[in-house]
Ligand binder design. Structure first.
Ligand SMILES: *Cc1c(COP(=O)(O)O)cnc(C)c1O
Length: 441
């Protein structure tokens, strides 16, 4: 499979390059040149298949040309060492629980897959040379990437985060790991961390000295595997005799819903999609007006969705404009015929958490609450709604406890991180200091 850039000014790349580079030379996002339809026989058989086997079949459509099938199977099975179950919340509304992985959020799936795919590509070539992954985080990405790569041979990870700006629960998920993970605490804000990482990729001396790569969320190896659990959700509900599905995805950078839309292009039988947003409403407004007007992000209760210019918007446009061949109006018409939107204030998020808990006993986190509320408001009587519960509510314990007036249990795997000892390196907000640290690492 070849991958082209959404900006069309860069050469096409093979999978290896798309994964190692992340972003194309023209700063566009890589898109697969083809999206193969899955055979109808596979769609029909899915309800009787296990999650890992469904995922392997989906993965082979994308990665089967570039990764040998045995290797790909190992990679998929090893990535999905935890389940993504579909849980009934109330009549016609189901929660696709994506928080059963190591860091209790859906980003575990993509991060684990990417770590293993990168390892697959570097194994054997330039023996003994370590690949260094640099990642800047404002909280959740760092933990998913660090844990995804933890213990993966031949790869060292450096997580840069702003000192004092991530929550203690988030911090312990990447500072207590040790082994091939180094946490670097920067005297600055998130944007400073991102700037240090970008400067490192540009620095010739540093790149001669060590092999650097990034693991940001727009990487094809992080976003495409998210399609796996949408196929599995369909299969589990179909096995219960349920059909006519509406998938509702709490969205920020739109990677997760983009993977669902790729799944739909491959033949996943979902009737329509809802993109549920917090107060950051640029996609919602695009659906209403046909105009895309990025804005600075607003801070909300569902902070992992505080994005004012979602990177994967370009992928969605490419998907429905047939790679720019259709007019903006026709593209917008196609998108709005399949996807509807929703935008909620913090108060509306709180209301959704409270009413769901009072009515059903199910505890939503603030992100999943946007999805639940959108289904409550938009689901038709003949439809079955599934929303993604994108993180475990205990990751936002203080907020959830306060909103619901409860004392939510902390799952053991989260508690284990909190017992660990914090290990991090403190550096000033200065590229020369960061470079010197890497040169001597
Ligand atoms: C990252 C994240 C989201 C947003 O997902 P996108 O793929 O960026 O749209 C939603 N909820 C949680 C908990 C997240 O960590």
């Amino acid at each position: 499979m070849k991958y082209y850039s959404t900006n069309h000014q860069a050469p096409v790349a093979n999978l290896r390059k798309a994964v190692v580079k992340g972003l194309a030379e023209d700063r566009g996002l890589y898109m697969p040149e083809e999206i193969y339809k899955l055979p109808q026989a596979f769609i029909d058989d899915m309800p009787a298949m296990r999650f890992q086997d469904i995922a392997y079949n989906v993965a082979s459509q994308f990665f089967g040309d570039d990764v040998d099938l045995d290797g790909l199977q190992d990679l998929v099975y090893d990535t999905l060492s935890f389940d993504c179950p579909v849980v009934k919340v109330k009549d016609n509304i189901y929660s696709l629980e994506l928080f059963h992985g190591p860091t209790l959020a859906f980003k575990d799936v993509g991060a684990r897959f990417m770590a293993r795919l990168l390892q697959y590509f570097i194994r054997g070539e330039r023996k003994g040379e370590t690949v260094n992954v640099l990642v800047a985080t404002s909280g959740d990405t760092g933990s998913a990437v660090a844990n995804g790569f933890l213990g993966v041979d031949g790869i060292d990870v450096y997580v840069l985060y702003p000192k004092g700006k991530v929550s203690p629960i988030q911090e312990c998920q990447f500072t207590t790991l040790g082994r091939n993970i180094t946490a670097i605490e920067v005297d600055g804000v998130f944007d400073d961390c991102q700037r240090l990482v970008k400067s490192a990729f540009m620095d010739e001396e540093l790149n001669r000295h060590m092999k650097l790569t990034s693991a940001n969320s727009i990487n094809v190896a992080r976003f495409l595997p998210q399609a796996f659990y949408y196929f599995n959700a369909y299969a589990r509900l179909k096995a219960l005799g349920l059909d006519n599905l509406v998938m509702c995805v709490p969205s920020g950078n739109f990677g997760n819903i983009c993977a669902a839309l790729f799944g739909h292009q491959m033949g996943l039988p979902v009737k329509r999609f809802i993109a549920a947003n917090n107060a950051n409403d640029v996609f919602y407004n695009y659906l209403l007006t046909g105009r895309y007007e990025p804005k600075p992000s607003k801070q909300t209760l569902a902070n992992a969705m505080d994005v004012g210019d979602p990177s994967n918007f370009a992928r969605i446009i490419n998907l429905y404009s047939q790679d720019g061949k259709l007019s903006p109006e026709e593209t917008h018409r196609r998108i709005t015929s399949l996807i509807s939107g929703a935008t909620y204030s913090d108060e509306q998020i709180r209301e959704a958490m409270r009413s769901c808990y009072a009515e059903t006993g199910y505890i939503l986190d603030p992100h999943g609450a946007c999805g639940y509320r959108a289904l409550q408001e938009q689901l038709q009587p003949s439809e079955v709604g599934v929303f993604c519960e994108t993180a475990h509510p205990a990751k936002f314990k203080e907020k959830v406890d306060e909103i619901l007036g409860i004392d939510i249990d902390i799952p053991e795997r989260l508690a284990a991180f909190m017992r660990g000892e914090k290990q991090s390196v403190n550096i000033p907000n200065d590229f020369e200091a960061f470079k010197a640290f890497l040169m001597n690492a």
